[in-house]
Design a protein around this ligand. Sequence first.
Ligand code: GLA
Length: 395
Amino acid sequence: MTQSRWAIASLAAALTWSGLGAGPMLAQARRLDDGLARTPPMGWNTWNKFACNVSERLIKETADAMVSSGMRDAGYRYIVIDDCWQVYRDTAGTIVADPQRFPSGMKALADYIHSKGLLFGIYTDAGSATCQGRPGTQNHEEQDARTYASWGVDYVKEDWCNARGLTASAQYKKFHDALVATGRPIVLSICEWGSNRPWDWAPGTGHLWRTTDDIGDNWASMLYNYDLSAMHQVVAGPGGWNDPDMLEVGNGGMTDDEYRAHFALWAIAAAPLIAGNDLRTMSAGTREILTNAEVIAVNQDSLGVQGWLAEQPTPDLQVWTKPLKDGARAVALLNRTAAEADMAVDWKAIGLPPGRATVRDLWAHADRGAVAGGYTARVPSHTVLMLKVTPARGH
Ligand code: GLA
């Protein structure tokens, strides 16, 4: 990833949202237009915290916690069971959920989730077996899609293990078509880890696509995934989103300052916000991060533009920006260094006129006044200052 690659991406995006024109790079973004995922999907998934330890009880308790914690009202909707829910196929080839772990069956679980005003997601794999060795969907695409639709599934994540010999673009298209044929609106989450250039074909096939390998619950991994996803900024938009993987906020491997950076960067990147912690026992600090309405509003902004790197005075001090529907800019001053630093954002660098603009700190929930030209602040190590900058009227 080079500076100039970013510069080109930024320029292309600037042209898109300002309506000033369209370069050849913009033609590639032909995204799905089926009414789903018009803003980045929000929800929760079992994998990051629970791995194979999934059960009906965990899912129901998480659905309850989603409501009681305020997560649902903050916008989180999908409760997704990742790998290990499935055990075998019956004699008719129908996929069977683990009867020990899901004694009431998936239909009853979906009904429970729906009764809470939430949506239900499930996991499969395009190959012969999932990453944990459970039955994959290869050669059962239509049958599985019908089964999921009959259970009331609203979201399917499709993985890419044990898929040797298959062509990713064709295989995911096949499953997308099978989902469409059920007549039920179902979000398709493509998970081939960015290994087959999904940014070239996934926008017309799925509603989100992983751009990276699995995230780890640490600062370096989080930034690594973020940087990779940033390279494909131009293809994201309503109906199709780059996915740098699910959130680790609250899982214990980073400080709250680092988790604030993680969450703010996913917001700036218009990345899916799929929480991956234990909602039943999360701390007040974790809940505050995950339910910050002002940061979520940046992620869910209807303009649907993935943010980009605007300024980088040194490689580890970066200014990221995302244009918003109301003409304002979200800004993340990201301090990747081990020491606190004075950081500045220049209005010109984020596409605003040099005159006065009001500044609001989205973590402190505080107005910082109207300033001309730009804004300077001290940013602690390993975190972001997250701002909304609104040009004053008359500019
Ligand atoms: C892959 C995916 C993860 C998770 C696991 C489950 O590693 O990338 O997100 O779904 O498989 O086995």
